[in-house]
Design a protein around this ligand. Sequence first.
Ligand SMILES: [Zn+2]
Length: 148
Amino acid sequence: MSRTRTPVVAGWFTGEGEGFRLLGTRCSACASVFFPREDAFCRNPGCAGGELAEVPLSPRGRVWSYTDSRYRPPSPYVSDPELSWEPYALIAVELESERLVVLGQAVPGITVADLAIGMEVEAVPGVLHEDEETTWTTWQWRPTGATA
Ligand SMILES: [Zn+2]
């Protein structure tokens, strides 16, 4: 059976391979960038409000914090309670130009022992989980090998 590849959350990322990007929104009035995307109104309390336009985020950032995730994650990460739970490294990555911190899983095979604060990582397409009909896709962070 072939499974449909479906983003676990619609509109948060796009593209494949080198063209993969997280998608946020940017306010036309104050230039604040939001991820998760904010489509209703600008959340900057000092902003009178502008148009929110979709923007691709920087493909790379630096590890700001990380943790070993040994519990099932909250929404929007769907997880089937019937399946065995695989612990993974959860990384908070700072995107310098957007001044945003984006949480995500490390790619499979990367553990907290492989990570360090300030390490450069890039967003890559990943698989969150699979069920009978669907491969649920997400973003993951992969160390680039560049030294800080
Ligand atoms: Zn604004």
